[in-house]
Design a binder for this molecule. Structure first.
Ligand code: CU
Length: 333
């Protein structure tokens, strides 16, 4: 895993976990329940791979906690985890802290043992190592000419055991991250950004310390937006828009998906989409922010820097960034 253990979460490439499938030799479909009424068919299960990942939960400076792919590499948010429908992710969670904690996924299949909740006695005691198994599956035909959905989507994972039986302290302190389940054939992005709106923060930071995401003009950028905490939020990205469907792209001229540039991002919800950086509008320092006004004023804003296609800075961007950094925000609401 060392070659994938990049310190800064937002610099992880899409290869971070898709590539690790190749390392999981001899484990094809081993953990997937095949041939059951609601499970994938044997043929589909055989197409998936089991990927083994070790994640380290660590205490970070400033009272934060994080997940990382190697010791000393924990970040907030944690590593972006990816799988294709049909794949199984076998996560060995090493708890290096003195707190009870776990890892609980959204959007995939798991047994009660891998639930990550104290309700099911599924957590790591301080210092304990425990394995969690997340399964995924493809869409399949069901009765009445209907289809059961597969697992593909922009999901997330988080602690469910620190502080309370719901992991309230763990989530508040940074134990969360993005999980993408792709459908085979999906277009892969060149850049990926994880944005977690949590109480009055973005990725547990407030402006101007919020992450600045960068891409070159025309690069295919994938945003994964996640909500946590106790407040409702709306995610807005300047100068770009996306289809409100699974991928953010229209599948044809008559695709009925609504096209939006602002979307509710409430606790526990997540979505993602792809855009071409600066497409139709050009490079520049573009803002992303919560559109609840006292949240954006309070520090829930950041910059999406679209550089020129050759990577150089576009006119005015440096000044805009300085303006943002000198920006006064009314802290508190
Ligand atoms: Cu907000």
């Amino acid at each position: 895993m060392d070659d994938h253990a990049v310190g800064s979460q937002r610099h992880l490439s899409r290869r971070s976990l898709i590539a690790t499938g190749a390392l999981a030799a001899g484990a094809l479909g081993a953990s997937a329940p095949v041939g059951t009424a609601f499970g994938p068919s044997p043929a589909r299960a055989a197409a998936g791979v089991t990927k083994k990942v070790t994640i380290y939960a660590e205490q970070l400076p400033g009272g934060l906690f994080g997940y990382g792919l190697a010791p000393g590499q924990a970040t907030v948010p944690g590593p972006l985890l990816e799988m294709y429908e049909g794949d199984t992710l076998e996560i060995t969670l090493v708890n290096t802290t003195n707190q009870r904690l776990s890892i609980h996924p959204h959007g995939v299949d798991y047994s009660t043992e891998s639930d990550g909740s104290p309700l099911n006695a599924s957590f790591n005691n301080p210092g304990e190592t425990r394995t969690y198994v997340w399964r995924s599956r493809e869409m399949f035909a069901a009765a009445g000419r209907r289809f059961m959905p597969g697992s593909a989507g922009y999901w997330h994972y988080h602690d469910h055991a620190m502080g309370t039986d719901h992991g309230t302290a763990g989530v508040a302190k940074g134990l969360y991250g993005a999980l993408i389940v792709r459908r085979r054939g999906d277009i892969l992005p060149e850049k990926q950004f994880t944005v977690v709106f949590h109480d009055m923060t973005i990725n547990n930071r407030m402006a101007p310390e919020t992450p600045m995401f960068e891409a070159n003009l025309g690069q295919r950028v994938e945003w994964i937006a996640i909500g946590h905490g106790n407040l409702f939020h709306t995610f807005h990205l300047h100068a770009h828009r996306w289809a409100d469907n699974r991928t953010g792209m229209l599948e044809g001229p008559s695709d009925p998906s609504l096209v939006i540039d602002n979307k509710d991002l409430n606790p526990g919800s997540s979505f993602g989409f792809q855009v071409l950086a600066g497409e139709g509008v050009g490079p520049g320092a573009w803002m992303y922010h919560c559109h609840v006004q006292n949240h954006s004023d309070g520090g829930m804003a950041g910059i999406f820097l679209v550089r020129n296609a050759d990577g150089s800075m576009p006119p005015g961007a440096e000044e805009a960034i300085h303006r943002f950094q000198g920006h006064t925000h009314t802290h508190g609401s």
